[in-house]
Design a protein around this ligand. Structure first.
Ligand SMILES: CC(=O)N[C@@H]([C@@H](O)[C@H](O)[C@H](O)CO)[C@@H](O)CC(=O)C(=O)O
Length: 304
């Protein structure tokens, strides 16, 4: 299989969708997935950091994936994050992902315990062996404390099922080293949305990001500008995107702010789950202004 050709592109790291009582709401999950289906993205990354997978029970995570698959199976590629603190639960989610038709699985290392490289390798291997789905390593050292070595990546990448890495660390040098270590048909997804263009220039085959959720069209356009060699225009757009991200990050809760923006567009997803903070009423007005600015940018770039 040509993995790069099959999977490259823009993936929204989907936010969670809860009802007003904070329970996973399948109809809201479907509506959110449907919202992205019309934006030009290649697919969805379900249950990752933005999706709050690690704050949900295994049953809730299954419910989310099932709702997504029912809504967009065959229309969007679905990569599901199955990483949990327990290897046993991760393997169970890996099997469930295959049963419900996901296109690939992905996982962070287990967190809390300081794990050796051998322990993380074993943790991932159990998930890889638990289904026939392709596996995408999720490297996010700033939250997990685990820095993926190129040696471990190269070792894992020897297996046909290990097809890529989602690189959420900030070093584009490391990203490029993963690309080299993985080989020609190994996918690298850029993680930090603020450096999407830099990641692409250093070899990423696309990106998976949380802030794509409120401006997927802009990341698709940025990708298109890069692909067609319009680098100066791409840089201008990345700067504009970064101004939006900076405003989003200024709120006490990135996810709360983003989810509120979605609600202004008629897509209700509830509040993030604690300990992630909810959006505060006093921020509604400025978020409404931000939403207007993002929509204006999307309109502007629709014709570029
Ligand atoms: C550290 C972190 O959370 N990085 C985010 C970015 O999308 C990030 O929210 C964005 O670049 C804003 O800083 C993603 O890499 C995570 C992600 O895609 C996910 O939700 O799994």
């Amino acid at each position: 299989m040509n993995h790069v050709a099959t999977f490259e592109g823009i993936y929204v790291a989907m936010y969670s969708a809860y009802n007003e009582a904070g329970e996973v709401d399948a109809s809201r999950v479907k509506k959110l997935a449907r919202y992205y289906a019309g934006t030009g993205v290649k697919g969805l990354y379900v249950g990752g950091s933005s999706g709050e997978g690690i704050l949900q029970t295994a049953e809730e995570r299954k419910l989310v994936l099932e709702a997504v698959m029912e809504e967009v199976r065959g229309e969007l590629k679905v990569i599901v994050h199955v990483g949990a603190n327990s290897t046993r639960v991760s393997a169970e989610l890996s099997r469930h992902a295959e049963q419900h038709g996901a296109d690939a699985i992905s996982a962070v290392p287990a967190i809390y315990y300081r794990l050796s490289e051998a322990a993380v390798e074993r943790h991932w291997q159990e998930m890889i062996d638990s289904s026939n789905l392709p596996f995408i390593i999720y490297n996010i050292p700033q939250t997990t404390g685990f820095q993926l070595s190129t040696a471990l990546l190269a070792k894992l990448a020897k297996q046909d099922k290990v097809i890529g890495v989602k690189m959420s660390g900030e070093s584009t040098f490391d990203l490029q080293q993963y690309k080299v270590a993985g080989g020609d048909d190994f996918l690298v997804f850029n993680g930090p949305d603020e450096q999407f263009l830099a990641g692409r220039i250093m070899g990423a085959n696309g990106g998976i990001g949380g802030t794509y959720g409120v401006m997927p069209e802009l990341f698709c356009k940025l990708n298109e500008l890069f692909r067609s060699g319009r680098i100066t225009e791409a840089q201008e757009l990345q700067y504009k995107i970064n101004a939006v991200i900076k405003r989003l990050l200024a709120y006490p809760s990135l996810y709360g702010a983003s989810k509120y923006i979605l609600s202004l567009r008629g897509v209700e997803t509830g509040q993030p789950r604690l300990p992630l903070l909810p959006v505060l009423p006093e921020h509604h007005e400025s978020l409404s202004v931000l939403n207007g600015d993002i929509l204006a940018l999307i309109r502007q770039y629709a014709t570029v």
